[in-house]
Design a protein around this ligand. Structure first.
Ligand SMILES: [Zn+2]
Ligand SMILES: [Zn+2]
Length: 266
């Protein structure tokens, strides 16, 4: 099976990943991936925002490291991207970042469901036990839908990240999914099939099979991402992700160059 591009990977600049872009690229070449996208966590306007992203003064260093990987592996297509936190009210900062470098794409991700709580932070799992999962999931999808509506992103990251630690609401979440997918389809934004979920407590690709089937029905395009935080995670479980996409009715995924989209067969 020809594997698709891996559009979600991180570097040591975010302070919780290992492996330079050249090392990730070496792994991508070894696996025969057609493309690798570097999409490290975006810097914030204030460096004291949290401790799991690059500092603003490291942005050029980040681009330089990606360029070094391009020079080292000229036969591998390497994309320059960011995984950008969507925070309501932070839209101007995303536009500011977008103008700073020749980005190929932006992944818009929701991690924060309040000013101070990132729901996927392993150090803050205890917060889940003080909250009703339905409230957290509702807020998460409300923000995810706003991210899709904003027009700031090419791809929406790990669209049901709220399942990471296995805190599921008792309520039926279909309406949360369809409200988001309706907006994603109308605003022409892709979602990613992110295999990192298989490595977490939820043991499932983000988003779930039921979600991916709905996404196909809404005509929302897809990309694939390992969310690699280490070289050996590049392209991990991609055969399973492609299988899920095909089973759900997808025949194509997309790739981005300087924020222009093309469709590629899977
Ligand atoms: Zn990360
Ligand atoms: Zn993320």
């Amino acid at each position: 099976m020809l594997l698709p591009a891996d559009y979600h990977s991180h570097t040591p600049l975010c302070r919780h990943a290992v492996g330079e872009p050249v090392e990730l690229a070496a792994r991508a070449v070894k696996l025969g991936l057609p493309e690798l996208g570097l999409s490290d966590h975006n810097p914030m306007r204030r460096d004291d925002f949290d401790e799991w992203r690059m500092r603003l003064d490291q942005l050029e260093d980040y681009v330089g490291r990606v360029e070094k990987a391009r020079r080292t592996y000229p036969n591998l297509v390497i994309k320059l991207a960011l995984e950008v936190d969507y925070i309501p009210g932070g839209e101007d900062w995303v536009r500011d970042l977008a103008a700073r470098q020749p980005w190929d794409y932006f992944i818009g991700s929701v991690h924060y469901v309040s000013d101070s709580w990132a729901l996927d932070d392993p150090k803050r799992i205890s917060e889940w036990r003080t909250r009703n999962p339905w409230d957290v999931w509702s807020t998460y999808f409300e923000r995810l839908t706003q991210a899709a509506e904003s027009g700031l992103f090419d791809i929406i990251g790990h669209a049901d990240l709220c399942k990471k630690f296995g805190f599921y609401p008792r309520e039926d979440c279909t309406n949360l999914f369809t409200r988001f997918l309706e907006v994603a389809a109308r605003r022409n934004v892709a979602i990613e099939l992110n295999t990192a979920g298989l490595r977490k407590e939820c043991r499932e690709i983000y988003p779930s099979p039921a979600f991916v089937q709905l996404a196909a029905r809404f005509g929302v395009p897809i990309t694939f991402g390992s969310d690699a935080h280490a070289p050996e995670e590049v392209g991990m479980n991609f055969a399973e992700a492609v299988e899920l996409a095909r089973r759900s009715g997808y025949t194509h995924c997309c790739r981005f160059t300087r924020r222009q989209r093309e469709l590629v067969k899977i």
